[in-house]
Design a protein. Sequence first.
Length: 113
Amino acid sequence: MRAMISGETVTVLSPVSAGEDEYGQAVREWLEAPVDDVLVCGPSTEDIGSGRPDGDAVSLTLHFPKAFAASLRGCRVALRGKTFDVLGDPVALTAANVPGRWDRAVPVRLVEG
């Protein structure tokens, strides 16, 4: 019997402008949107360096389903109790080159400490 690959639900947090604070600085709010069937691959970890001895970073690659078409530039993704920053603006591969359900590899990173 062949095992089925299944993804999990993550929450995409998209930044939206919420005006300015009393100092004229831009204020952002985060719109939340659940996305089902996302594959989580990784992780890789690294130390931040001598300037931040308690710091570390965790990187993952999330594979989004073909049904997801929005831009991820500037977004965050919440999963498993942590919130990761999306790196860049990942684009989907062409449908002809992707026979499965997932067509967009999304690199994300969380830095702590």
